[in-house]
Write a protein that binds this ligand. Structure first.
Ligand code: SME
Length: 283
């Protein structure tokens, strides 16, 4: 994922002025500058576009279909009725993320239905500017998933860690633990060495995720009694089990130096990575 287009539809040029209680006080140029700098920190190039006209948005998507590898689209009210927009998204075959600043499910009835949702890889709403950041991260994640699908079983564990560490600046420590009897044993990692190379299932966040057979996001590790410290800089953590049927083969463990670094998008992408790893791992 080297290049993406970020499109804002009708009336988003009035951001900061239009219903600030719903849309906030940030202006469109401010939003676009923040999106560009977030993307560039992830090594992603951006072309921005805003239009109040359905056809202009369609033209822009078509014109950029060979340059862009993904689309972030806040199509405003067009979301709810533009089949032409839906058609262009499926026609160009680029992964698209539908973004809304406000929570479209807590407003008027007509805003609950999106005619583009089905052709988008994900719908994000109610997070304001952060929604655009999550969308960019998700597009990068889809690319990681695609690359991992091409890796052979000998390299899958090292490649998974390398790809995730390289593509997400917020992932400070990325490692894979494998289940060995009643323990999780650190197999490979990138980041500072961890003292926790063997963790009993049931201990720490890692052990809790293995016992529960479920992903765990810890927004603030200092507020979680289960947390086993790897580095004093760590602020948040996500652990995603690698499952084959009901068996835990291991897990992907990621630390961040940022508080609340992980969200549902990280979890979805990492669960897809874990599924790819599980598929090629011997049971
Ligand atoms: N924090 C983990 C231990 C592993 S280190 O983060 C690498 C836990 O609480 O299980």
């Amino acid at each position: 994922m080297r290049n993406i287009i970020v499109i804002n539809g009708p009336n988003l040029n009035l951001l900061g002025e239009r219903e600030p209680e719903v849309y906030g006080t940030m202006t469109l140029p401010e939003l676009e500058a923040a999106v560009t700098s977030f993307a560039s920190a992830m090594d992603v190039g951006v072309r921005l576009f805003q239009s109040n006209h359905e056809g202009s948005i369609i033209d822009f998507i078509q014109e950029n279909r060979h340059w862009a590898e993904g689309v972030v689209l806040n199509s405003g009210a067009l979301t709810h009725y533009s089949y032409a927009l839906r058609d262009v998204i499926s026609a160009v075959k680029l992964p698209a993320i539908e973004v809304h600043l406000s929570n479209i499910h807590q407003r008027e009835e007509f805003r609950r239905r999106s005619v583009i949702k089905e052709v988008c890889a994900k719908q994000i709403f109610g997070l304001g500017l952060r929604g655009y950041f999550h969308a960019i991260e998700y597009l990068v994640g889809l690319d990681v998933v695609k690359q991992l699908q091409r890796v052979g079983k000998e390299q899958i564990l090292t490649k998974a860690v390398a790809l995730l560490k390289a593509r997400y600046p917020k992932y400070t420590w990325v490692g894979i633990y494998l289940a060995e009897g009643e323990d999780l044993v650190l197999h490979n990692f990138l980041g500072k060495p961890s003292p926790h190379t063997r963790i009993p299932i049931g201990k720490g966040i890692c052990g809790a995720a293995a016992s529960a057979k479920q992903s765990i996001i810890v927004p603030d590790v200092n507020a979680d009694a289960r947390y086993l410290a790897c580095s004093i800089e760590t602020q948040s953590e996500i652990v995603v089990p690698i499952m084959k049927g009901a068996r835990v083969l291991g897990e992907v463990d990621i630390d961040s130096d940022q508080k609340e670094a992980f969200h549902d998008g990280d979890q979805e992408i990492l669960e897809r990575c874990a599924a790819i790893i599980a598929e090629v791992m011997p049971s």
